[in-house]
Design a protein around this ligand. Structure first.
Ligand code: ADE
Length: 239
């Protein structure tokens, strides 16, 4: 069992914290927290808005549709987190479609950090002064626009936490993932060995591990070549 000393801490700053509730409390993410591999702190931005209506957004100076996250609650929030959790110097990652696209390589890098601070963008944008003062990197989960960064933060947390040692029972499981090797995963089968006339490839029932490994590798190569020629070219370059 891990101790709190090597536990990862993930801080999420969110305008809609409840969006994170269910995904963070199911399956592997839930178990990783129970095993004390990670502590996920969700901070509700609204609690840092001290006006009567706890307002966190306002009109865009210069006009245009959509609301902008106000700077004061975010400044107060980061100042508080840095002090209370001793996080000075920790990178702050903004989830935004404007960032570089998150991938498995980035997930591995993040999984090696002791602390993550994820800022969920929302509404039309965030006052630029917050980015200047606190944000050190940006991440997008793909070329489409979500209503906010909360769901993107869940995606990043899921991809990172499952890489923490002890999060997945089978130690080899994450290492065999699609992308981890630079290739897509090979096809998998379980019992029964025949269903409605569809048979599991004979070789997988042979017990010959060398042949099985060769077959799986060939399948991975073939799938990557056919489905993701971009990854395949990168793989050839690096191997
Ligand atoms: N916020 C809105 N869209 C996003 C995306 N594609 N990735 C990360 N954060 C986002």
């Amino acid at each position: 069992m891990a101790t709190t000393d090597n536990r990862m801490n993930i801080h999420v700053v969110a305008a809609c914290p409840r969006l994170l509730d269910s995904p963070l409390n199911e399956s592997i993410l839930k178990r990783a927290q129970e095993r004390d591999l990670v502590k996920i702190h969700v901070h509700d931005l609204r609690t840092y808005a001290h006006d009567k209506h706890h307002q966190i957004d306002d009109y865009d100076f210069g006009g245009g549709p959509g609301m902008i996250l106000k700077p004061e609650p975010l400044f107060l929030c980061f100042e508080d987190l840095f002090q209370r959790f001793d996080l000075q110097g920790t990178p702050v990652t903004l989830l935004t479609p404007a960032g570089p696209v998150f991938d498995q390589k980035k997930a591995i890098q993040l999984s090696l950090r002791k602390n993550l601070i994820l800022l969920c963008g929302h509404y039309k944008g965030i006052d630029e002064r917050v980015l200047e003062a606190f944000v050190t990197e940006e991440l997008s989960i793909g070329d489409y626009v979500l209503t906010g960064g909360e769901i993107a933060a869940v995606v990043v947390i899921d991809a990172v936490v499952r890489l923490l040692p002890g999060a997945i029972n089978d130690i080899d499981s994450a290492e065999g993932d699609s992308f981890q090797s630079g290739l897509l995963d090979f096809p998998h089968y379980t019992r029964p060995s025949e269903l409605r006339g569809r048979k599991v490839p004979e070789i997988l029932l042979s017990g010959d591990h060398q042949k099985i490994n060769d077959w799986r590798r060939e399948q991975s190569l073939q799938r990557t070549r056919e489905r993701r020629p971009d990854l395949y070219a990168e793989y050839l370059e690096n191997n």
